[in-house]
Design a protein around this ligand. Sequence first.
Ligand SMILES: Nc1ncnc2c1ncn2[C@@H]1O[C@H](COP(=O)(O)OP(=O)(O)OP(=O)(O)O)[C@@H](O)[C@H]1O
Ligand SMILES: [Mg+2]
Length: 252
Amino acid sequence: MKNNNQHSLDFGDITSKLDKINVNKGLLITFEGGEGVGKSTQATLLYHQLEKYGIDCIKTQEPGGSVLGNNIRKWVKSSGSISALSETLLFEAARSQIMTEIISPALRQNKVVIVDRFIDSTISYQGFGHGLDVEIINQLNKIASKNVIPNLTILLDIEPEIALSRVSNQTDLFTEEDDNKRVDSENQRKFEQKPLEFHKKVREGYLSLSKNEKRWFLINAEQKSDVIAKLILDRTKELLLKNGVEKTRLED
Ligand SMILES: Nc1ncnc2c1ncn2[C@@H]1O[C@H](COP(=O)(O)OP(=O)(O)OP(=O)(O)O)[C@@H](O)[C@H]1O
Ligand SMILES: [Mg+2]
């Protein structure tokens, strides 16, 4: 398998810090960006690094993360034609479930919750990408997310051409029957097969959202994985320090 992931962080022995500490209140960190920008790579790196520090944290992803969410993910990916509104409502249903089952309980237990895609994906994809009214999506997002807004949203930004070539480079994920279609564990891909124009709109959507609120951290995702991981870790440390974690706990 071709693997461009060049991270070199040493995660050490995570079992040595079994006495997990809690931050003063739960913190929600979300990863956003188009297909193949490195969200899952970076979410995983951050999760392991926080575990190494002994921070009580979980990592999950949308629209999976719950049984319902995983089923919805499969349905959406396998449905040939689906309206933007239907797609949105299904994703919001998955969101509502993951909030109830996983995210809200973890936040109540003062955990750091890392989520690979959240409310901003729906605004960028179904709103900016498909042209659905962003105000309607905002309302649905509020309902499904129980008004929870991320404390930090990491936007990995890169030209779609580059990001899509990264995922299409994953030759082990090509089907034998059709080598134009990358498959994932559910055997279907959906959004990455859309025209480049769609991905450009999604990117512009994300960039405009990132200008609106302080919670956004915009990163040039063309950089090497380890460089990006360091930027994300530094920003996360700032957030943790502000929320009562002692500096000595965050030393390598
Ligand atoms: N900074 C980077 N430079 C080069 N390649 C990278 C970088 N980060 C991740 N990759 C590679 O790009 C591919 C996509 O990465 P990843 O799966 O993390 O992206 P993603 O944003 O989660 O994608 P998707 O939208 O499909 O879930 C993987 O092969 C990964 O190893
Ligand atoms: Mg991913």
